[in-house]
Ligand binder design. Structure first.
Ligand code: A2R
Length: 313
């Protein structure tokens, strides 16, 4: 099988590339932005900005993939508040460019569009755990663009008989994640404190919200299973199915350090709107693929902490 990962230089792209190459034994082509660096071996690498539809079409014709994983995105919620226009351009127009380019091909590769659990937004207490038929009530700009991507994916799949599967991925975490995201941010701060690079105070945002966290290495296994076994035009939640508070995550991180660290709420880390509880119903994913997460949260936290410590050696 030949896979094309669009937006492969990011956090998920690294692990997906590794998994498809080494566990699935597929050949892998990856796109990245011109200024990004990919150091993985045995893959073909192409520069691509998804705002350039002609360039997408040229790469598709050269690679001729069986499977396309669309990861390219402006993926930060906080940046989406600061730069909504960019988020809309990349996440909506960019996705339409990918779909239009695929539509012009003389064959039908399978496409996995990666959306987000954030799409569900303001979830009511009796809607937890959230299944794929739930209303989407996005609470931030990033979530709105991903909800839009999901709708457009379904419309293209139905209207043009394209083979498109949609995912709503809940929070995924692990080594190499940008410190724009909460677990990486906490682990980086702890590693810097241990190294004496900052005072022993960890700065946090809203600790009360609960999110559904899954190790990125489990997430990419779900993606490869879904692109093989998922049904066109359908949406699948990908998550672990159990929400945990940010406070609990922080406490678990702090059990792995010998330094006595004070916790301080930083108002710059608070978001304009925060949804209190997001938790996935993952029965549809499980029924379709038999996927289960196999890496537990403490393993993920420790690996992430070790990653940040290793960067400071
Ligand atoms: O924003 P950058 O410079 O880190 O680049 C990101 C890249 N990207 C683009 N690629 C092509 N054309 C564009 N116009 C464009 N704008 C941004 O997509 C980055 O290298 C990649 C997405 O990777 P991450 O931001 O690290 O996201 P992650 O965690 O790998 O998530 C993958 C997917 C995304 O669609 C998320 O929204 C979803 O999973 O949760």
């Amino acid at each position: 099988m030949k896979a094309l990962i669009i937006g492969g230089a990011g956090f998920v792209g690294y692990y997906l590339t590794d998994h498809l190459l080494n566990d699935c034994g597929w050949s892998v082509a990856v796109t990245k932005l011109e200024n990004e660096i990919i150091e993985q071996d045995n893959i073909s690498i192409y520069d691509l900005d998804i705002l350039d539809k002609k360039a997408i079409f040229a790469i598709l014709n050269e690679v001729h993939p069986d499977y396309i994983f669309h990861l390219a995105a402006q993926s930060s919620v906080s940046l989406s508040w600061k730069n909504p226009a960019l988020t809309i351009d990349v996440n909506i127009k960019g996705c339409v460019n990918v779909l239009d380019a695929v539509k012009e091909l003389d064959y039908k590769p399978r496409i996995l569009l990666i959306g987000s659990g954030e799409e569900y937004g303001y979830v009511l207490p009796d809607e937890i755990p959230i299944n794929e038929n739930n209303h989407v009530r996005p609470g931030n700009i990033y979530a709105a663009t991903k909800a839009c991507q999901n709708m457009i994916g379904k419309i293209y799949s139905d209207a043009y008989q394209m083979d498109i599967i949609m995912v709503r991925a809940f929070n995924h975490i692990g080594p190499r994640q940008s410190p724009m995201f909460v677990v990486a941010d906490f682990c980086k701060q702890v590693a810097e404190i241990e190294k004496g690079l900052r005072e022993p105070v960890i700065r946090v945002g809203n600790l009360d919200v609960k999110r559904d966290f899954t190790d990125v290495r489990d997430v990419v296994r779900a993606y490869s299973l879904l692109i093989q076994k998922g049904h066109a035009s359908e949406t699948y939640n990908v998550g672990c199915g159990n929400a945990i508070s940010i406070k609990e995550i922080l406490q678990r991180i702090l059990t792995h350090t010998k330094v006595n660290i004070k916790v301080d709420v930083d108002r710059y880390k608070l978001r304009p709107v925060d949804i209190p509880l997001i938790e996935a119903d993952i029965r549809k994913l499980h029924d379709c693929t038999a996927w289960n997460g196999i890496i537990n949260l403490d393993r993920t936290i420790l690996d992430t902490l070790e990653y940040w410590r290793s960067l400071l050696l």
